[in-house]
Ligand binder design. Structure first.
Ligand code: PLP
Length: 400
């Protein structure tokens, strides 16, 4: 449509949202569909957080606030960074936005010029490349295959850096693979970055609290203090506190960048919802015990899904360290024909046939920049996961 901007022509709608909508439509039409597409916990927001929001309403905390966050929330975030990550930030180094998504977007919009490159390890969260494009930059994707458990190696990072590189977007544990970098793996990457002082690091720590077994979460500025002045440490309450709808994300970073992000936000959305900000204060300062429960449930479900998927012919599924996703490889299914007569030419054909023939909605790997794979979000009950994986096994067994 000629009326629309050239910028819009460079981006595509989010594939994960599209799959979720498609599954919802089929369900509404009466089809028996299991949606494994959505990237949000199935738990309810904890009661103490809801109560804090109700109090905020009753106390009249319902007006405009400071553009990038109320002082109480900025302080709670500084305390969180100190307590959990060993990072020292002052409130003027903190930005609060409408979800982690706005924080990342603001940072890219505030820093990218045409020709600037942003390194994005693939598979990646669907929004990274499109956000870079919207901001006028150039995404440089680096394939990180199953042989490195979908993790970026120091050699691959070093090889992707050019004089035009502005940012590395680093995401651990990862959406869509669940892969989490160990302290040593991260140190090997920060060592490379120390040799390239013009490259900044955007660390997306959204899944920090969702890690399993004895995995220890770490973040770049903590592992390498030498990178503190060029790291934006991004996080949010959406995933850990089951608060996806409240829309609060935040970051800590250098003052000048934080100020630029506030300027941008002041001319776009202004402050994030005042009530949600008070709820986020309670999320960060309040009891954290329920996280143990969330983690235990997710770990159990991860094991269930990984075991059942690996029993499906043609599927290889690594057991990731965190988040609530797995990213099985389906090389063994490509080129075959489904029981319903669809030729599985690629992972999109696999996902479409799986939805049509077995009523299971997953997101195909091409949306995350690595094929042939698909992403399962296991943020749903054990019973639903068992049924979904049984259907996937049947679908794969029917491929000939
Ligand atoms: N970063 C990653 C890796 C995500 O998976 C998501 C949400 O799916 C976000 C950021 C955005 O989170 P929010 O809902 O707070 O905007």
């Amino acid at each position: 449509m000629a009326f629309l901007s050239d910028t819009l022509g460079r981006v595509k709608p989010s594939a994960t949202i599209a799959v979720t909508n498609k599954a919802r439509e089929l369900k509404a039409a009466g089809k028996d569909v299991i949606g494994l597409g959505a990237g949000e916990p199935d738990f309810d927001t904890p009661q103490n957080i809801k109560d804090a929001a109700k109090r905020a309403i009753d106390d009249g905390k319902t007006k405009y606030t400071a553009v990038d966050g109320i002082p109480e929330l900025k302080q709670a975030i500084c305390d969180k960074f100190a307590r959990e990550n060993g990072l020292t930030y002052t409130p003027d180094q903190i930005s609060v936005g409408t979800g982690g998504k706005q924080i990342l977007y603001n940072a890219l919009m505030a820093t990218l010029n045409p020709g600037d490159e942003v390194i994005i390890p693939a598979p990646y969260w669907v929004s990274y490349p499109d956000m870079v494009l919207l901001a006028g930059g150039t995404p440089v994707t680096v394939p990180c295959g199953i042989e490195t458990n979908f993790k970026l190696t120091p050699e691959a990072l070093d090889g992707a850096i050019t004089p035009r590189t502005k940012w590395l977007i680093f995401n651990s544990p990862s959406n869509p693979t669940g892969a989490g970098y160990t302290r040593d793996e991260l140190k090997a990457l920060t060592d490379v970055l120390m040799r390239h002082p013009h490259v900044w690091i955007m660390s997306d720590d959204m899944y920090e609290h969702l890690v399993f077994d004895d995995f220890e979460f770490t973040t770049p500025a903590q592992i390498e203090p030498g990178l503190y002045d060029r790291t934006l440490t991004c996080n949010g309450v959406s995933k850990a506190y089951a608060m996806t709808g409240w829309r609060i994300g935040y970051a800590g970073g250098p003052k000048a960048l934080i100020k630029a992000m506030a300027t941008l936000q002041s001319q776009s959305t202004s402050n994030p919802c005042s009530i949600a900000q008070y709820a986020a204060v309670e999320a960060l300062n309040g009891p954290q015990e329920f996280l143990t429960e969330f983690r235990a449930a997710f770990q159990r479900r991860r094991n269930l899904v990984v075991d059942m998927l690996n029993a499906a012919p043609g599927i290889t599924c690594p057991r990731p360290e965190g988040a609530f996703y797995v990213y099985p490889d389906i090389s063994g299914c490509i080129g075959k024909t489904s029981a319903g007569g669809t030729r599985i030419t690629d992972d999109e054909a696999f996902a479409t046939a799986l939805l049509e023939e077995e009523g299971v909605a997953v997101v195909f790997g091409a949306a995350f920049g690595m094929s042939p794979n698909f992403r399962v979000s296991y943020a749903t009950s054990d019973a639903v996961l068992t049924e979904a994986c049984t259907r996937i096994q049947r679908f794969c067994a029917g491929l000939a």
